[in-house]
Design a protein. Structure first.
Length: 420
């Protein structure tokens, strides 16, 4: 495929699909990896993360051929549009990429550039690992108890964007259909109303839950918790729960147990190598991640629940400036930090690049470069625990050294070299 305005690296090879059924990848020693720095502070954290990931690859005998792509503000300058087709095509073709935060401009035609990318590439699982790094200030007494991975469905729920604005002909048509054709009278109040539709499908639910269970099995995580509000929304969120249990029974056999089976057949003693699938009501789960934090390993949930829950979990380990993320599709990964673009700090070389760096760690892990991925985490944790931090953490700790964004990246690189 040719790209008119993208510099394709001469060195490096494309990542290819090794197995169509499983999505397993062929990853060369020098893969071509697309990178979008992003808007606002993306111009600061993007290059910082790139430098750290280069060091981790080199320390483990590999290298990365970076392909610079554009979306958001940088794309408007280069292409006069927010999300060029070239960018989407390049990520689709090269399969694994990383991006910084993007700001969706008012009147751009997109609800969200981030959501648009996920939909165009069918990146159906938003994966957010939440774990505490030694030295990071936290609002809870025992932040190290948090070690949880949230699998958030990316394509359905109220985030699907099927909604109609109050006062439009379309919303009136929907209101009349719901009341007159479907018989749902006495529910919608008189006066202006906005209406949205919440689709939850068997297909979307099962592929997300399958991804979560497979992750738990591959990483030795003993539980997968289906989080839902099915006690109220019985035919959407309740169906998500039911399809999850159905999937576990149909596809995993004795490798996956329900909570009932664990107690009825094994007296509560979980057999080695098995995964227990359980479910929790969403509002109760927001309490549980505070009061019984260490009891949860992998969460599988729908789009809106996952947004709330992963942000709440992120607060326990020091905030979204620390929290990494990635989006998975079938043989595809787009890593991205959870935080926004914070334009007022853009170009000041002061913000914390940890979330972008650790999102890169998730990308390395997806490539199968486990050694490089762990080296990134260890080096970041070592840097922070030594008190070498950016301004946001420096103002919360006693002592320590306040570093610029670039200086923090250099400190992490030095620790990679010392640890490798």
């Amino acid at each position: 495929m040719s790209y008119d305005q993208i510099d394709v690296p001469e060195a490096g090879e494309k990542i290819t699909l090794a197995d169509e059924e499983t999505g397993e990848l062929n990853v060369p020693e020098t893969p071509i990896i697309p990178i979008i720095y992003g808007d606002g502070i993306g111009s600061d954290v993007g290059p910082a993360a790139q430098k750290v990931l280069d060091a981790a690859a080199e320390a483990t005998g590999r290298s990365i051929a970076w392909m610079r792509l554009y979306a958001g503000g940088s794309a408007r300058e280069k292409y006069d549009e927010n999300l060029p087709q070239e960018t989407v095509d390049a990520i689709r073709e090269h399969r694994v990429a990383i991006k910084g935060p993007l700001t969706t401009p008012v009147g751009s035609g997109f609800r969200s550039l981030n959501v648009a990318l996920r939909k165009k590439l069918d990146l159906y699982a938003n994966v957010r690992p939440t774990y505490h790094l030694e030295g990071v200030p936290s609002p809870v007494k025992n932040p190290s108890a948090m070690d949880m991975v949230t699998f958030r469905e990316n394509t359905e729920d109220v985030y699907a964007g099927i909604e109609w604005e109050a006062g439009t002909d379309e919303v009136q048509q929907v209101k009349e259909f719901v009341e007159d054709e479907m018989g749902a009278t006495g529910v919608i109040h008189d006066g202006p109303v906005g209406i949205g539709i919440k689709p939850i499908t068997e297909f979307g639910s099962k592929r997300l839950i399958r991804e979560a269970i497979n992750y738990a099995i591959a990483n030795g995580r003993p539980t997968v918790t289906l989080v839902h509000k099915g006690n109220i929304m019985k035919f959407t969120e309740g169906a998500f729960r039911d399809w999850g249990y159905e999937l576990a029974e149909e596809e995993y056999g004795d490798n996956v147990l329900t909570e009932d089976e664990l107690w009825e057949e094994h007296d509560g003693e979980q057999p080695e190598g098995t995964v227990v699938v359980q479910d929790r009501i969403a509002d109760n789960m927001l309490q549980q991640i505070l009061t019984r934090t260490d009891q949860y390993d992998v969460i599988a949930t729908m789009n809106l629940n996952g947004d709330y829950m992963s942000d709440a979990a992120g607060a326990q380990i020091g905030g979204l400036g620390i929290a990494p993320g990635a989006n998975y599709g079938h043989g595809r990964c787009l890593a991205e930090p959870v935080h926004g673009s914070a334009p007022k700090y853009a170009g000041e070389n002061k913000v914390n690049p940890t979330a972008m760096i650790l999102s890169g760690r998730e990308m390395l892990d997806y490539l199968g470069w486990d050694d490089a991925a762990e080296l990134v985490r260890d080096a970041v944790e070592t840097t922070i625990s030594e008190g070498n931090v950016t301004y946001d953490l420096h103002r919360q700790i006693e002592g320590g050294t306040k570093l610029a964004t670039t200086e923090f990246a250099e400190a992490v690189v030095e620790n990679i070299e010392q640890l490798s």
